[in-house]
Design a protein around this ligand. Structure first.
Ligand SMILES: Cc1cc2nc3c(=O)[nH]c(=O)nc-3n(C[C@H](O)[C@H](O)[C@H](O)COP(=O)(O)OP(=O)(O)OC[C@H]3O[C@@H](n4cnc5c(N)ncnc54)[C@H](O)[C@@H]3O)c2cc1C
Length: 215
């Protein structure tokens, strides 16, 4: 169901309740395929101490992405234009977030020659008439606390019918989102038709669920 934010999750003796603006719905199992801080907000008072500790250990950084056609954010020489273009300041102690411009024409076959760019945290604002759209994203910060928490995630995923997946379970890439989703799907007995073999089942809850299904 699109455009229906889950406001709250409650665990009951009968399963899991999801509260939206329109209804309260009941499920046996719920997969929270959102960021860890969003999952924690949805869990609210029903979060266990371990969920609070582990989901809360993964912090996020705000990043702005700008879609535009201003080649001033690319290297001066077109011969150096690449799919990913890193822009650094000449100031040695620059504390600004990393700035990368993706040249979409190099990443996808586009039916035009005008350079189309997505600049992450642009160090200068693209010229007004070349700006197309702006987006705000949150990226997980994989610091020591987050990596330590990731190792313990299997102890909470699947507990009392609530599972977690998303790119934040790995290194923050699309593959990590897919891998973590497959682990949950496999643990619940679902298999992708193209999946050669199951992703390893690592959680105690998953093993319990598989045993139930096999019975
Ligand atoms: C500019 C940019 C370039 C990138 N380039 C690459 C790349 O080249 N390669 C790569 O692998 N990755 C790249 N990434 C990273 C990648 O896009 C993300 O890591 C990935 O999309 C995260 O997927 P996800 O499913 O974990 O989270 P998301 O895609 O963020 O999905 C989480 C979903 O949960 C929903 N949600 C949140 N709260 C609620 C709620 N209360 N109720 C209902 N739904 C809710 C959100 O609406 C969202 O749809 C890039 C990211 C950016 C911003």
């Amino acid at each position: 169901r699109l455009a229906t934010p889950v406001r709250q999750l409650r665990r009951t003796a009968a399963g899991v309740q999801l509260h939206t603006d329109m209804a309260v719905e009941h499920y046996d199992q719920v997969i929270l395929a959102c960021h860890s801080d969003q999952a924690l907000a949805i869990l609210g008072a029903s979060a266990s101490a371990a969920e609070r500790r582990l989901l809360g250990a993964i912090r996020y950084a705000a990043n702005r992405a700008v879609l535009h056609t201003d080649e001033a954010l690319l290297p001066r020489s077109p011969a150096l234009w690449s799919a990913w273009n890193y822009l650094a300041s000449s100031q040695e102690l620059d504390q600004r977030p990393v700035s990368v411009s993706y040249l979409i024409n190099r990443l996808q076959p586009l039916p035009f020659k005008t350079p189309l760019l997505v600049s992450l945290n642009p160090q200068r604002v693209p010229r007004g008439e070349r700006m197309i759209a702006e987006f705000d994203y949150e990226h997980p910060i994989f610091d020591a606390a987050a990596i330590a928490a990731q190792r313990e995630l299997p102890t909470i995923s699947g507990s009392s019918g609530v599972w977690y997946c998303g790119a934040w379970n790995g290194y923050g890439f699309h593959e990590d989102g897919l891998k973590s989703a497959l682990q949950v799907a496999n643990a619940l007995g679902c298999h992708a038709p193209w999946q050669g073999r199951d992703a390893p089942v690592t959680t105690a809850a998953a093993l319990g669920r598989l045993t139930e299904l096999a019975a």
